[in-house]
Ligand binder design. Structure first.
Ligand code: ADQ
Length: 507
């Protein structure tokens, strides 16, 4: 899709492809994951360019693979080089051990390292440089997520005055939490270099506005229902919340196919339970998988009549396995599943069926169809697409959604779902029991509401919404095309050695 004849230039940490195989035998395939799932339908139908790191070294072989992929693909991909040592500091270090836990309110997981911050800044600058190489005037430049917050800062330094947009897929923390980050000034100021800043929820948007105002009391903020405008020197920055979604039609149609029905039947035959509950997550401590397992254990203790009747199918897709906290989580899950199964299993029935691997789309939909309860209980989540995928695939309208109140999706799905606090084990155990006994009329009523919500606010609406907000920023902003960028207030100090120096060679 071209929006107002603008070419879409999407910039994210990872390219929407995965590269596998040994040197000399590498292969490129379309990738998986939240952002890719969300953007693929739009990029497919656009003439866009996607800039990102291929997830491995950008060798000559990989460059060749990517340019071959471009010949056949529906849109162009452009790789950015990140060496293994840089990956350790930029991606595993600053992105995933500082920003990721901080933005998910999990301060105890944070590790703030000055060297990681330096490499994060350096790689953000490298992304900016790639954008300068690729962009044409009139492109809509849309940067995604916490790994690339500082890109706009460097683009402005490189005299790119084109309008820039940013979308944060994670939550944005409260002012009290963001204050703990040693580079909070740079991060907030870095965000203010964009012209449109999108968050998942109203709460994230409000947290950002409060954090920015605390740092720069002179900012003038005018808020309306959907957007806020920040007056910053001569500039106006638009801030909104845009809950991301999925391609409802695609899930709804695919879920009705014979192949999916075959997968669903396989699971039914394998599991021997009256009711199957579903858990589908990337391996991540924010997803609350251990708390979920403990809630199931509690439900079986508290409601022993559920023993032999209800099972959880927990699917975990491997992720960030180079980080020790993720490896420890995997070990914890293995032992918890073993312990709970050892405690409650009976011949032919287990309370938890656990699979640690990625599955195909058809298998995944088979899971969605087979399970009559979805237990989606992250401790904190920007949005959570799994709950929307589950509802879109629940074509017989018989599924019950139990959803964490701390998932961004709770704002829209709260009416049809049973909302729980995942830290409250008793409440989650009770919700499991309630879902098990819920009569089919009530299930259908709730699922109808949920499906209507996902159908109405699908991924296409999300993109349209975002691009329309951007267009309205341009229409409302007289300085949109010729703007000065030297408006840094005096009280915001960014020291030269803290930001990676601009004139460094080779980047
Ligand atoms: P993620 O943290 O990756 O995304 P989520 O929104 O749940 O989380 O998306 C996960 C995706 O992976 C889903 O599309 C799901 O189908 C797929 N998936 C999960 N397990 C799988 C498995 N075993 N096999 C195959 N596929 C699997 C980030 C934010 C979220 C936000 C999204 C989009 O953390 O809060 O919703 O971006 O903005």
């Amino acid at each position: 899709m071209k929006h107002g004849n603008r070419r879409l230039l999407v910039v994210s940490n990872r390219l929407p492809v995965s590269i596998s195989g040994e040197e000399g035998e590498k292969q490129v395939k379309p990738g998986a994951g939240g952002l890719v799932t969300a953007m693929n339908p739009i990029m497919k139908s656009s003439e866009g360019v996607w800039i990102g790191w291929p997830g491995c070294e950008l060798s000559d072989e990989v460059k060749q693979l990517l340019s071959d992929y471009n010949l056949d693909g529906d849109f162009q991909v452009e790789g950015v080089k990140v060496t293994p040592e840089e990956e350790r500091r930029y991606y595993r270090g600053f992105s995933n051990e500082a920003l990721w836990p901080l933005f998910h309110d999990l301060l105890g997981h944070c590790n703030f390292e000055f060297d990681d911050w330096k490499v994060y800044s350096k790689i953000n600058r490298r992304f900016a440089k790639k954008i300068v190489e690729v962009t044409q005037s009139g492109d809509f430049i849309w940067v995604h997520d916490y790994q690339l917050i500082m890109v706009a800062h460097y683009l402005r330094q490189m005299n790119i005055h084109q309008p820039l947009a940013f979308f944060l897929h994670t939550p944005f923390p409260s002012p009290d939490l963001i204050r703990r980050l040693p580079w909070k000034n740079e991060i907030i100021r870095g965000l203010l270099e964009y012209d449109l800043i999108g968050f998942q929820t109203y709460r994230d948007r409000r947290n950002f506005l409060r954090g920015a105002k605390e740092l720069m009391p002179e900012l003038q903020i005018r808020s309306r229902a959907r957007y806020s405008d920040i007056r910053f020197g001569m500039r106006t920055i638009k801030v909104g919340h845009f809950p991301i979604s999925i391609d409802f039609r695609e899930f709804n149609q695919h879920a009705r196919t014979r192949d999916v029905a075959v997968e669903a039947r396989k699971l039914d035959d394998m599991c021997h339970a009256e009711s199957l509950m579903l858990g589908v997550d990337r391996l991540d401590y924010t997803k609350g998988i251990p708390d979920r397992l403990l809630a199931i254990e509690r439900a079986l203790e508290k409601y022993p009549e559920l023993i032999g009747k209800i099972s959880l199918l927990q699917l975990v897709v491997p992720s960030r396995s180079k980080l020790s906290s993720y490896r420890n989580l995997k070990a914890d899950l293995d032992s918890m599943v073993g312990r709970i199964n050892g405690r409650f299993s009976k011949f032919g029935w287990q309370p938890i069926q656990y699979m640690y691997r990625a599955v195909s789309r058809t298998e995944l939909l088979g899971f969605y169809r087979a399970c009559d309860i979805a237990l989606i209980t992250p401790l904190r989540d920007g949005m959570n697409l799994v709950c929307k995928e589950y509802c879109a695939s629940s074509t017989d309208r018989n599924g019950v959604l139990i959803l964490s109140e701390f998932a961004g999706a709770a704002d829209q799905m709260g009416k049809g779902a049973i909302l729980v606090n995942p830290y409250n084990r008793e409440e989650t155990a009770d919700a499991i029991c309630d879902a098990f006994y819920m009569d089919s009329r009530e299930r259908r009523r709730r699922m109808k509401t949920l499906r209507a919500e996902v159908k109405r606010n699908d991924i296409f609406r999300w993109v349209d919404w975002f691009l329309t907000a951007f267009k309205s920023w341009q229409d409302e902003s007289p300085m949109a095309s010729a703007r000065p960028y030297d408006t840094l207030p005096r009280n915001v100090r960014i020291s030269a050695q803290e930001l990676y120096p601009l004139n460094r060679k080779g980047d």
